[in-house]
Design a binder for this molecule. Structure first.
Ligand code: ADP
Ligand code: MG
Length: 702
């Protein structure tokens, strides 16, 4: 059946009509024959097995039984009438079938002493099994019918079932679709792929996904369709990446000049790790390749991404361009500014800070210096995105902690310039490789997978609130050794008032246990004026205070190497990636660091898994994988807009192996035949064009 036929509006399918069409459209997004064909079952009920009544278990599972009704009676009750049938199988065991609704119809249509196949869930009551509202079919018809071993269960909604579009109806409609199309659909994968991967042909796969003959064929059908889905997504991602490389010209930074070299030779504050060197090389290669760089730099907290950013900015400056660095919070922007300015002053490069709290007059000076080209580097927050901010020639934009920025904001940076600047996105939330591949398949990815030498792994423990006194003693001991301590409280929008109360109560209790003048305590939270925040931060950074009580504003980027203890209060309320980020605030110096996760005794299973994971490992990638498994891709930051949720059959977490295969095959194909001109690949080219044309391929790329 040709693909155009499958674009027929669903209303033309026999059994649909305008009303049902509208419901199918609004509830399941089914507009065309094609959409219905691609409505894949959520699960299957095994109808390969027939139970005897004596074999029934109180298990709540659906069962199928052959037998006869030998007696039918109406039972009157306060709550209303019910119809009860006595059902007997060929061993003579009995059970009851019960109806609360539709009794008249059933009385008139059910035949006594005639073999039926019944299907449904059983209840155990008064020493007897009973099945309410069973699905029933005369055995004779059952034997004639299409042998569907595994019954598909399709996605449903309340509205659908209210309007009588039950699972059975959907199944019937799909049968009708197979009748009208004679079950013939265009193949969408090449012979090469089919034979190399031993895939089911399209027709067989579609048939068996809707009407599986047995478990084995169902598994094969699922594999084929999942592969196909992921393969075309990868094909799209890789094609886009190749196109971008060809078409989107970038400034060519072919000079590795004075600034870069001087800094590298004379002013590096430490030896770079091998991972840092490798990543700088990757960036240098991109910047000198005539194409616009679009690179994601992943590196765990403390892996040293900042120095990589600095080196990249020097490359821009060596080639006569400006650079900017954008951070998600003022604290972080400040810290970047202070750190980077100190480094760059040594080689006379100008650098300014622009945030929401910079004074108007200063801002004006910065705007002017930026437009005239006097200013080389601008560091700041979202303020960098304001329309007033105009560069003379922005060559490189670096975004730190990208998951805090939306797609639109990233795009805004682009439009600041005649040509798009090179983009380097840095993230300390390692995105699981799986997800990175499917979401950011069009970005190049660099990974710093090595921490600077001399770091001791952070020791993490879980303690209940009832052990607080011991924890306080531990803090006292660490402070005696000259260390500093963070105590972090959750702050969640929905419970903001309560959370602030917790924070303040906590602060007071700490202030009582750690009194002046022996102890000095800083407090930082979102309701404070930026100037007060900075002042408190400053005191902690300088070591004037030993304890920093804070909400998660300190989550990102803050760097105080002498702080060696992180206490996280109500740790069960934090997500895994957030816990990992917070823990990353310690372990930055040479001393042994500790992270203490405080919780109440009431913990959900998921919370327990999170805490156990934190205690077990310091590896951000491992943590990200667990996080992904717990929450699914939908909740991982930045994936909401990605469309990754719209997969029709594959599951990005569970089908990781198929994803790898699909990516591998897509790469191999495009390498051998970039424009799919080989006659053997025409089928793929055609299928891909159809997907794009009918927008059946998911809009993955921001
Ligand atoms: P992040 O990747 O979390 O942004 P930073 O760039 O803030 O990490 O670096 C964390 C700390 O490690 C900083 O104090 C930095 O000076 C230090 N650092 C970075 N690279 C090295 C290195 N190669 N050797 C020693 N210390 C380093
Ligand atoms: Mg950082």
């Amino acid at each position: 059946m040709n693909a155009n036929f499958l674009q027929t509006p669903i209303t033309y399918l026999k059994g649909v009509g305008p009303n049902r069409a509208e419901t199918l459209q609004s509830e399941l997004g089914i507009h065309t024959y094609q959409d219905l064909l691609n409505l894949f079952p959520n699960r299957y009920i095994d109808k390969t097995r027939y139970y005897k009544i004596s074999q029934l278990q109180r298990s709540n599972a659906d069962v199928q039984i052959i037998g006869k009704i030998i007696h039918l009676k109406t039972v009157e009750q306060k709550k209303g009438k019910r119809l009860v049938a006595t059902f007997i199988d060929d061993t003579g065991s009995k059970m009851e079938l019960v109806w609360f609704r539709g009794q008249k119809w059933i009385r008139e249509n059910l035949k006594l002493n005639t073999p039926y196949v019944i299907f449904g869930k059983c209840n155990w009551f008064n020493g007897l099994f009973s099945m309410p509202h069973p699905e029933m079919e005369p055995l004779a018809e059952h034997e004639k019918g299409l042998k569907i071993a595994m019954q598909p269960v399709y996605p449903s909604t309340e509205k659908l079932s209210n309007r009588g579009i039950t699972n059975r109806v959907i199944s019937k409609l799909i049968q009708q679709l197979f009748i009208e199309t004679k079950g013939q659909f265009s193949e969408t994968l090449s012979d090469n792929l089919l034979s190399a991967l031993k895939l089911l042909p399209k027709n067989e796969a579609l048939f068996n996904i809707h009407f599986p003959k047995n478990q084995e064929l169902l598994a094969k059908a699922q594999f084929r369709l999942k592969f196909e889905e992921l393969f075309y997504i990868q094909l799209q991602l890789i094609t886009k990446k190749l196109l971008r490389k060809q078409r989107i010209k970038g400034f060519n930074f072919d000079q590795v000049g004075e600034q870069f070299n001087t800094f590298y030779e004379k002013h590096l504050p430490f030896d770079l790790t091998n991972a840092q060197k490798r990543v700088i090389k990757e960036i240098r290669f991109d910047l000198g390749s005539n194409a616009q760089m679009n690179r994601l730099l992943q590196g765990d907290v403390g892996s040293g991404k900042t120095i990589v950013a600095v080196m990249a900015m020097l490359l821009a400056i060596d080639n006569g361009f400006q650079a900017c660095l954008m951070a998600p919070t003022e604290i972080l922007a400040n810290q970047h500014y202070t750190g980077i300015k100190e480094l760059l002053d040594k080689i006379g490069i100008s650098c300014a800070l622009l945030t929401g709290s910079v004074k108007k007059s200063t801002r004006k000076t910065i705007h002017e210096a930026l437009e005239s080209g006097e200013l080389d580097i601008l560091i700041g927050t979202h303020a960098l995105l304001e329309d007033k901010v105009k560069y003379k020639n922005l060559g490189l934009a670096i975004i730190d902690e990208q998951h805090r920025f939306g797609v639109a904001q990233r795009a805004k940076l682009w439009h600041k310039n005649e040509y798009p600047p090179h983009i380097l996105v840095m993230t300390a939330t390692p995105i699981p490789r799986t997800l990175a591949m499917s979401l950011y398949g069009d970005l190049d990815i660099s990974i710093i997978d090595e921490l600077p030498p001399g770091r001791k792994p952070i020791k993490t423990v879980h303690r209940y609130d009832s052990n607080r006194l011991k924890v306080f003693q531990f803090i006292r001991d660490e402070i005696k050794k000259g260390r500093q301590v963070y105590v972090v409280y959750p702050l969640i929008q929905e419970s903001e008032a309560l959370d602030y109360k917790d924070l303040m109560d906590g602060y007071e209790s700490i202030a009582r246990d750690f009194p002046l003048p022996n102890y000095q305590i800083s407090i930082v939270h979102g309701k404070m004026k930026p100037a007060d925040k900075d002042y408190e931060m400053e005191r902690f950074v300088k070591g004037e205070t030993q304890i920093m009580v804070a909400t998660t504003v300190i989550e990102v980027g803050v760097n105080v190497p002498n702080a060696s203890v992180m206490i996280i209060e109500s740790a069960e309320r934090f997500g895994l990636s957030q816990l990992h980020q917070l823990r990353g605030r310690v372990g930055r110096g040479a001393d042994q660091s500790f992270c203490i996760l405080m919780t109440s005794h009431k913990l959900s299973t998921e919370a327990k898994t999170r805490l156990e994971t934190m205690v077990r490992t310091n590896d951000g990638f491992e943590i990200a994988e667990v996080d992904l498994r717990l929450r699914g891709p939908g909740d991982i930051m930045g994936t909401q807009q990605s469309g990754v949720l719209n997969l029709k059959i594959a599951d990005i977490v569970k089908d990781n192996d198929i994803l790898q295969t699909a990516r591998h095959e897509a790469l191999k194909l495009l390498k051998a035949d970039p424009s799919l001109e080989n006659p053997a690949n025409l089928v793929i080219r055609h299928a891909y064009a159809q997907l794009v044309k009918y927008k059946n391929i998911w809009n993955y790329i921001s």
